[in-house]
Write a new protein. Sequence first.
Length: 150
Amino acid sequence: MYLEVYESPIGTLYISADDNYLISVTMDKSDLTINANDITQNTIKQLIAYFNHEIDHFVLPLIFNQTEFSNQVLKELANVAYGTQISYAELAERSQRFKAVRAVGSICNKNPYLIIVPCHRIVKSNGEIGAYAYGSSIKQWLLNHEQKFI
C-alpha cells in the first residue's frame, strides 16, 4: 500500500493506492508510512490542477468494490459535471433506484474518493447544500470554488 499526503486549500488530504488503483482520497489521518507511487503522485498533480482551475475532471484508475448498488451510485456520481449540482433524488434516479434517496446519501457519506468522485455536488432537493462527510463549510468551499470558473 502506498500513501502520500497533500496539504490542499481545504486541509490535509491522505491519498492511498495499491500497485493498480487509487484506493482513497480522504481527510482521515492514516497510520500508513508515507511511500509514494505513480498513482499517488499523479493524484496529487491532478488535485493541484483542480485547485488551480486547470482541470474540471480527473483521470485516475479507480476501483469500485462495494455493493452493486453502491458501485452504481459512485459511478453515476463520478459523471456529475464540474460546476453543476444535482439532488440526492436525482442521483437515486440516475442510479435506477428512484426511492433510495436516503441510501444514496449514505453512500455519498462513505465515498472513498473525496473530490475525485464529487459527492460535494449533491445537494438537497430544496437547494440547501445538505450534509458532507467533512463538514458543510468544506462542501460550500468546493461548490464556490467550482462556480467561480465555469
